[in-house]
Design a protein around this ligand. Structure first.
Ligand SMILES: [Zn+2]
Length: 265
């Protein structure tokens, strides 16, 4: 599922392909991905305009439509972007296609239709309306400490709560806790100051490393959990068999050796 590093890569891809070209039209192939929006409205808002810039907040990508408004993309479980010229290159699960006057297309592709495409008048008010916390890479150390001190959540839930910090999901949540040696069910109020700082630094480092490596698990450092995040796989650091535990209804993978076999406290 696309999380912050994946969406940051989509942003970079969008920036290098879909900006500053006149939009000829829009084809909606799956209306279910549209939120509070009809295909006609979308076409009307985009046609004749161009995308001037993009922004990312958490797992959302925003493309500024020249003159006014934002196209907002959320990638659900399986979303992706593809820029191409010939229709033979159209991705299989193309839900939404933007046609540019230069003959190229930008497809929003998603095997499962859980993504979300909408329009927003204003970037800040959208973030507010969705009650998104600060982007996980925009958050400074002090507000991170404050968010932790005001929370009684388990570490995994804390990292995944989009209203506290936006961008981290199930997969990167596990990686951050693995690298920081924190059990997923540890209550964050049990972490001492040093551990909180370590968690903050690790969160930034993991997200930045993943972005630099195009969010491609095959390119991740050898001691990363993500490429081994499967039942019965050995820990990439110590060889111990990885364990799982449910946190907030999601399966967390962790190393009982590094992260403890049960949460502290
Ligand atoms: Zn281990």
């Amino acid at each position: 599922m696309p999380e912050l590093p994946d969406v940051e890569n989509f942003k970079r891809y969008f920036d290098s392909t879909g900006l500053h070209q006149e939009i000829d039209g829009v084809e909606v192939h799956s209306e279910q991905v549209l939120e509070d929006l009809s295909p006609g409205q979308l076409e009307e808002e985009l046609k004749g305009h161009s995308f001037a810039s993009t922004r990312r907040h958490g797992k959302y990508l925003f493309a500024h439509v020249s003159e006014d408004g934002w196209l907002v993309l959320h990638f659900g479980m399986t979303g992706d972007l593809k820029y191409f010229q010939k229709m033979e290159q159209e991705p299989e699960y193309d839900r939404l296609l933007v046609r540019f006057s230069n003959g190229y297309h930008l497809a929003y592709d998603s095997q499962r239709k859980l993504g979300e495409v909408r329009l927003a008048d204003d970037f800040e008010s959208f973030v507010e309306e969705k009650e998104l916390g600060p982007d996980a890479l925009d958050l400074d150390r002090e507000p991170f400490r404050e968010a932790i001190s005001g929370s009684r959540a388990m570490a995994k839930s804390f990292l995944m709560d989009q209203s506290t910090l936006a961008g981290i999901g199930n997969v990167y949540g596990d990686e951050i806790l693995f690298q920081a040696s924190v059990h997923p069910r540890t209550h964050v109020d049990r972490l001492d100051e040093e551990e909180v700082d370590e968690l903050f630094d690790t969160m930034r480092e993991v997200l930045q490393t993943a972005i630099e490596r195009q969010a491609d698990p095959e390119a991740f450092p050898d001691d990363y959990l993500i490429p081994h995040r499967e039942e019965g796989e050995p820990c990439p650091r110590c060889g111990e068999e990885l364990a799982t535990v449910k946190v907030s209804g999601r399966t967390a993978y962790y190393c009982p050796n590094r992260q403890g076999s049960s949460p502290r406290g």
